[in-house]
Design a protein around this ligand. Structure first.
Ligand code: PLP
Length: 354
């Protein structure tokens, strides 16, 4: 069945293991982030097999499905769901006292202790307390039974595109030191960001004291996320998308007639390259994001797509193309997210490896 998202579990396992080997000698643990593959249990198993003991996801539905492990809810909890949060997650990321109060009550009712990673906004302007709010916030949170402040974390390169650096990550370490000095909290985890922090890690520039990273894209796509450079020794092709040719015809590259708007309200422009061999794939915007598709066969170019049809120019492809032929694509994060969350795309997990 196509379109099909092929996920090579052996390669994911290899990537996770390589990242552990990079991080462990520097005293940094890894939380394995599964959200872009919708918390697929097979992916969780592969990360566990690589030696990752904590799995993190943005959605409770995904955490529930994942195999047994220490589990972290990455998105700030909805206070209405406090009961499910303490049931399915050992940790959650937090920045609101109202939510902590709800989690506290839910934890007591469940007879559990729920750990909290307090998020600090060091400038990216997504989630988190402003640094000078942290100590007063912790003083209040310490009065709540059933929850434990397990540490501090920050998230960068998400909304504002702010890069992690020794200064902004240093803010976390200073706050953790201050919390300890005041006798308030001994942080178990000081989490210095996501896959965008790997470049600092490789350069040995992560401030001492940071002892955790939360990694998703680097495990799955084998790249860091500042310049999107491949990480040495990691597979960048652990996931690929496949779709089937449903029409193969020679057609002119310029449409014939007056050009108005396309199916999505854009006014397209065309360059006349003469008659080209065009292929229609049974794939469209309901399945994937066009921009992030990278054809894996040589001489294949993506021309465009509507909801259900993807047009290729295969004039430079060295062989004949037949109806029914399968074409393969690499994906960037956005395209992978779309394919992974599309109910029309079949997910195939392969044992794989090298
Ligand atoms: C998604 C997410 C991550 C993982 O980010 P990657 O860039 O995929 O490594 C880490 N932390 C939080 C809070 C997230 O939402």
């Amino acid at each position: 069945m196509y379109p099909r998202l092929c996920i090579d579990l052996g390669r994911l396992q290899h990537n996770a293991k390589s990242l552990l080997q990079l991080a462990s000698p520097r005293g940094i643990s890894i939380w394995g982030v599964t959200k872009v593959l919708c918390g697929a249990p097979a992916v969780g198993e592969a990360l566990r097999a690589a030696g990752i003991t904590t799995l993190a996801d943005s959605r409770l539905d995904n955490l529930r499905k994942l195999p047994t492990a220490e589990k972290v809810l990455l998105r700030l909890p909805d206070p209405h769901q406090a009961e499910s949060v303490v049931r399915y997650a050992d940790w959650s990321l937090n920045s609101e006292l109202t939510t902590l109060q709800a989690l506290s009550q839910a934890a007591i009712a469940a007879g559990k202790r729920h750990k909290v990673l307090l998020m600090v906004d060091v400038g990216d302007l997504r989630e988190g307390l402003w640094p000078d709010e942290v100590i007063p916030f912790v003083r209040q949170a310490l009065g709540l039974p059933g929850i434990q402040i397990g540490g501090l974390g920050t998230n960068v390169t998400c909304y504002g595109g702010v890069l992690p650096d020794p200064t902004n990550l240093g803010v976390l370490v200073e706050l953790a030191t201050e919390l300890k000095r005041l006798g308030l909290v001994e942080c178990e985890v000081i989490s210095g960001g996501n896959s965008s922090s790997l470049e600092l890690l490789q350069q040995g520039k992560i401030p001492r004291g940071i002892n955790n990273l939360r990694l998703g894209e680097s495990i799955i796509l084998g790249q860091e996320t500042i310049a999107r450079r491949p990480l040495p020794g990691l597979f960048t092709d652990a996931v690929m998308l496949q779709a089937v040719a449903i029409e193969v015809k020679e057609k002119p590259s310029l449409p014939i007639g007056t050009i108005g708007q396309d199916a999505f309200g854009n006014s397209p422009e065309f360059v006349d390259l003469g008659v080209r061999r065009r292929v229609i794939l049974a794939l469209g915007r309901q399945d994937v994001r066009l921009d992030g598709l990278l054809p894996l066969e040589p001489g294949v170019r993506v021309l465009g797509a509507s909801s259900d049809h993807l047009l290729l120019d295969t004039s430079d492809y060295p062989e004949d193309v037949r109806v029914g032929q399968v074409f393969s694509f690499g994906l960037d994060y956005g395209a992978l997210l779309a394919a992974s969350t599309s109910p029309y795309v079949v997910k195939e997990f392969r044992k794989g490896g090298n």
